[in-house]
Design a protein around this ligand. Structure first.
Ligand SMILES: [Zn+2]
Length: 285
């Protein structure tokens, strides 16, 4: 089990990057690439994020136009080593065909790993077969890793971070993630799209940061107050709300709603929010 901590340490810093800022990435971090529910706005792309380490760069879901989005975050898409696909809804997978094609057109040769449930990866393979990808000449190797649908299944392990997945309660098979930043000894969890469920509470137990969806109380989704309740029960340090209604669908203060049920810090995860987990910050504890 990844090591959890009940309180967030001050050396886990939070910054909001502007678009087109070039940065040298040496510190393990998570960058939110999109925060909206299925209907995006110009300021809120569909929910997805990237986990960056010295050796690996892991995209969690892929939507819209991945190359541009990563560039806006100061990242080179060629550095992507892995993609974790949470579930096969268009607002989480629509960018995969374009990303793979662009990598191919620009001459990628090194393998790309893609992780997901059987249900998810079977459909991605079917989707790509519709594009006839087996006929793309000199296409780079794509290696699929099928994650069993059981709690705390290991997904990926490298010096910077260790990732586990648990099934969550959505309209189709879906996974939430727990990411342990090994050197910083901090952890985050991501609920993905889900109703409040015990699986997310167990997945999130004691993490420093919980990133929980707040699309609204309905089948397969959660309200902000429900997200707060999950955060409270899991004993997390800080709660970020994500996958929330944006633009004309944003009709009330979600942070205030979550504060009713969660006494800790709550904030909206906005596009390009960066959570850093670096060893260099340890002395600031
Ligand atoms: Zn979904």
């Amino acid at each position: 089990m990844p090591e959890g901590r009940r309180r967030i340490s001050p050396w886990c810093s939070f910054t909001l990057l502007g678009a087109n800022i070039g940065i040298k990435l040496i510190m393990p971090k998570i960058i939110i690439l999109g925060s909206s529910n299925a209907i995006p706005t110009k300021d809120h792309e569909n929910t997805h994020m990237v986990v960056v380490g010295e050796e690996r760069m892991v995209l969690v879901d892929s939507v819209s136009n991945p190359i541009l989005r990563l560039e806006q975050a100061g990242l080179d898409f060629n550095d992507l080593t892995d993609i974790i696909v949470t579930h096969f809804h268009p607002d989480h997978v629509s960018g995969i065909p374009l990303l793979l094609m662009d990598m191919w057109l620009l001459g990628r040769q090194r393998p790309l790993n893609i992780y997901g449930l059987h249900y998810t990866l079977d459909r991605i393979e079917t989707l790509m077969s519709l594009y006839n990808w087996s006929e793309w000449p000199n296409f780079f190797p794509v290696v699929f890793y099928r994650i069993p649908s059981r709690e705390m299944s290991p997904v990926l392990d490298c010096p910077d971070f260790t990732i586990h997945a648990s099934p969550v309660k959505h309209l189709i098979p879906n996974i939430g993630l727990r990411i342990q930043f090994n050197r910083a000894r901090q952890s985050i969890s991501y609920s993905c799209d889900t109703e409040p469920c015990e699986e997310v509470i167990r997945l999130s137990e004691g993490v420093d940061v919980l990133i929980h969806e707040a699309a609204g109380a309905s089948v397969g989704h959660s309200s902000a107050s429900q997200a707060g309740e999950v955060a409270h029960r899991a004993g997390v340090g800080r709660l970020f709300l994500i996958h929330y209604p944006t633009g004309k669908f944003s009709d009330h203060d979600l942070v205030a709603e979550a504060r009713i049920t969660f006494p800790g810090e709550v904030a909206l995860a906005k596009d390009f929010l960066t959570l850093e987990f670096g060893i260099n910050n340890k002395q600031d504890r």
